[in-house]
Design a protein around this ligand. Structure first.
Ligand code: FMN
Length: 344
């Protein structure tokens, strides 16, 4: 039931969206184990930062063999710099390189990258063509519908990218000027279907198995990409995966399972920040305290979401967002679990 991108089989046709500060290696490993999406992506990686040797950005390109197939997503506005980063992504073991033309935030767009390229079809095409020539792995592109409502630019762009060798197009069915406002307009995905023959991925506001099935049916897209619904909730992604395969949802995760997974996420994040294979190894390194602090800060927004919806979770939120060590998180979550069990 999946589809091919060159040598890569994407089965099931469910893709975990690239999300800055979210789809880091720890979360991808958890998502893969629990939800088994057909393809995942790194957070977007600045080609210019790689060009200047920023170590923090290099870390975002690290890949674990268990998460394959995996795309490294890159952004930038200069064809040669993008090609250079694509080659590094290939060397680092990416199965494909995805080019970001959807990011609407000013810090990205004002450098002529991300969604700003939707306004410059010639440069956008040159970037795709240069990157395609630079690597042997497939190159894919993620776009929004256009810059603003005055022009649905994506079909023309997608045709250009296909002509230049792009092997998959993802459409987030909003215009850049919208940010995340309003509803994604899936009719735009249906329109795009007519423009390209390469696999087309629909994206925007898929929150449930029913949404995913409906998006495929109504638009004719080859696969569905899910972002926000999966944040701190790999079980929602799992249920969408099962739904696409016409299977019933899995068991609702228990509070214990959610807390264990949150702690696993945190420990993996510490390992990642300390550039170690495991939390245990990280604990024995000299710079362990710094790495632990960075990991705790990085997940301040995400750990509370693991228990969202539980009675008393919102009251705990503030305290969780102030944690600076793994032990502090663990103590609060264990206390919360104990109180929840007693309340039953
Ligand atoms: C926190 C966050 C970070 C994101 N970072 C990226 C990114 O790095 N690259 C990208 O192409 N899109 C990024 N996006 C957009 C998502 O990939 C996706 O297109 C968007 O969230 C719509 O899908 P959804 O409705 O399923 O969330 C991000 C979205 C969120 C919420």
């Amino acid at each position: 039931m999946g589809f091919q991108i060159g040598p890569i089989t994407v089965d099931p046709p469910l893709l975990l969206a690239p999300m800055e500060d979210v789809t880091n290696l720890p979360f991808r490993l958890i998502a893969k184990r629990i939800a088994r999406p057909g393809l995942m992506f790194t957070e977007f990686v600045s080609a210019m930062a790689i060009h200047y040797g920023a170590q923090k950005t290099f870390r975002k390109m690290r890949i674990h063999p268990e998460e394959r197939p995996l795309g490294i997503q890159i952004f930038g506005g200069e064809p040669d710099v993008m090609a250079e980063t694509a080659r590094i992504a290939e060397e680092m073991g990416a199965d494909l390189v995805d080019i970001n033309m959807g990011c609407w935030v000013p810090k990205v767009c004002k450098t002529g990258s991300g969604a700003a390229l939707l306004k410059d079809p010639v440069l956008a095409q040159e970037i795709v063509a240069t990157v395609v020539k630079a690597v042997k792995i497939p190159v894919t592109v993620k776009v929004r519908a256009g810059w603003d409502y005055s022009l649905f630019a994506a079909p023309d762009l997608a045709r250009r990218f296909q002509d230049s060798g792009a092997q998959m197009i993802t459409l987030h069915a909003r215009f850049a000027k919208q940010g995340f406002e309003g509803q994604a307009d899936w009719k735009l995905i249906e329109e795009m279907r007519k423009a390209v023959q390469v696999p087309l991925i629909g994206n925007g506001d898929v929150k449930s198995p029913e949404d995913a099935v409906r998006m495929i049916r109504e638009t004719g897209c080859d696969g569905v990409m899910v972002g926000r619904a999966a944040i701190s909730n790999p079980w929602a992604l799992r249920d969408i995966q099962l739904g696409i395969r016409r299977l019933p949802p899995g068991p609702k995760p228990t509070l214990d399972e959610r807390i264990q997974t949150a702690m696993e996420h945190l420990r993996l994040m510490v390992a990642c920040e300390c550039e170690c294979e495991s939390y245990e190894e990280a604990r024995s390194t000299a710079n362990h305290a710094d790495g632990e602090l960075r990991a705790c800060r990085a997940l301040r927004g995400q750990i509370p979401l693991y228990i969202k919806g539980e009675f008393g979770a919102s009251a705990l939120r503030d305290r969780l967002t102030r944690c600076s060590t793994v032990a502090e998180y663990e103590a609060l979550l264990t206390e919360f679990h104990g109180a929840s069990v007693q309340a039953i």
